[in-house]
Write a protein that binds this ligand. Structure first.
Ligand code: MN
Length: 246
């Protein structure tokens, strides 16, 4: 199982969730929302091979935390993974657009200078602008678009720019997203939950809920069983992880 975008540090019962992740051997990308959270959150992952911690500065917090960019630059050499980063074009965050783009471009430039990172990227109502920045910083590393909800045209541009996609079960329920996912090369797909923010049947999604996404992907790909989907996803993860070295 793979959960390539989850906020492990934000569950009220974080420790229990982490123990379960290790017990079930779920390959997890533990994303953070502020550089100041990185040190504590990365401690969760010490001494196990399943949890990788990503250094992030969430676009919805950019206006409050941009002063932590110096801290971001300090920690960046210590990790191969960056996220959650990106842009949010939603009405509530539009006022901070300038600061968001400054923060995002700073991070991409830093990743580029440091030889590239694997990046989990938020692009809600901002796909085109996210892609413009990725185009500008082509050596920033490998972008993994989390919860992609753009148009077909944006999707094909993202694919051309070398983007990967982490897919959750909510996306697979929407007819519109399903037809987008059909267009993504199978070799560029991973699963995610975005827990605890994302809900499944009213409660916070847990990393092991990715089984639901795997089942839905198997239905979508139709000629292949959930076991075979899992096999494809784990070979995808191996190839992603080997694409960048520190
Ligand atoms: Mn998230």
């Amino acid at each position: 199982m793979i959960d390539f975008h989850v906020h492990l540090d934000l569950y009220p019962n974080s420790e229990a969730v982490v123990n379960e992740v290790i017990k079930r051997r779920i390959h997890t990308l533990s994303v953070t929302t502020t550089p100041s959270a990185w040190e504590g959150t990365s401690k969760i992952a010490t001494s196990n091979a399943y949890i990788k911690t990503a250094l992030g500065l969430h676009p919805q917090l950019a206006h409050e935390r941009f002063s932590e960019l110096a801290l971001f630059d300090t920690y960046l050499p210590d990790t191969m993974y960056v996220g959650e980063i990106g842009l949010d074009g939603g009405l509530e965050f539009k006022n901070y657009w300038q600061i968001q783009t400054m923060v995002f471009d700073h991070i991409l430039a830093a990743c580029q200078i440091n030889g590239g990172r694997i990046m989990s990227i938020h692009s809600r109502r901002a796909v085109s602008r996210v892609l413009d920045s990725l185009d500008k910083f082509q050596y920033a590393g490998v972008p993994v678009l989390h919860w992609f909800a753009g148009s077909k045209r944006e999707l094909s541009r993202a694919i051309d720019l070398g983007c990967w996609f982490s897919i959750n079960s909510a996306m697979l329920i929407s007819e519109r997203s399903r037809s987008l996912i059909q267009e993504i090369p199978r070799s560029k797909i991973l699963t995610e939950t975005d827990g605890p923010f994302a809900k499944i049947n009213g409660s916070s999604a847990k990393p092991w809920d990715v089984t639901l996404a795997v089942e839905y992907i198997a239905k979508l790909w139709s000629d292949i069983s959930p076991e075979e989907v899992s096999y494809v996803l784990s070979s995808n993860l191996k190839s992603l992880n080997s694409s960048i070295t520190l």
